[in-house]
Write a protein that binds this ligand. Sequence first.
Ligand code: FES
Ligand code: FES
Length: 162
Amino acid sequence: MSKIDVQVTINGEVYREACEPRRTLADFIRKDCGLTGTHLGCEHGVCGACTVRLDGQTVRSCLMLAVQAEGASITTIEGLSDGVELSPLQQAFHDNHGLQCGFCTPGMLLTAQELLEQNPDPTEDEVRDRLAGNLCRCTGYEFIVDSVLDAAGRQAAVAGDA
Ligand code: FES
Ligand code: FES
């Protein structure tokens, strides 16, 4: 099958790679762009491990073709931290034991980040509801929810100090 060029911006960097039209966005990000922080679990839209943000919105990159993302601005887990500095949400996951094997963590973080931008002070139910589409096979859901609520609290404290 002949390849076509796809150009996207990922974490502020422009990538232009030739790929087959049937290439999923997940494979494009991982194999063509070399950003393996985006994980692949079910590969059919159920687990949320492949979640990235496309023009600000979370999407399941296993369900999209790379060609559909032409021209888009994408954030992957590699774009969440500032160099080696963890983002406040990442730090909250670290401090609250919000990960075990870490396989689901990139998707959890990007989904939670979107929630906190839209709703900086979510209730526990709202956090659980938003993360319901992200599966953790280590089943550490309590600590994941605690991490997101802690991150919201820290965010509020910083805003209060400003
Ligand atoms: S790998 Fe995409 S939703 Fe599971
Ligand atoms: S921490 Fe292992 S799958 Fe969630």
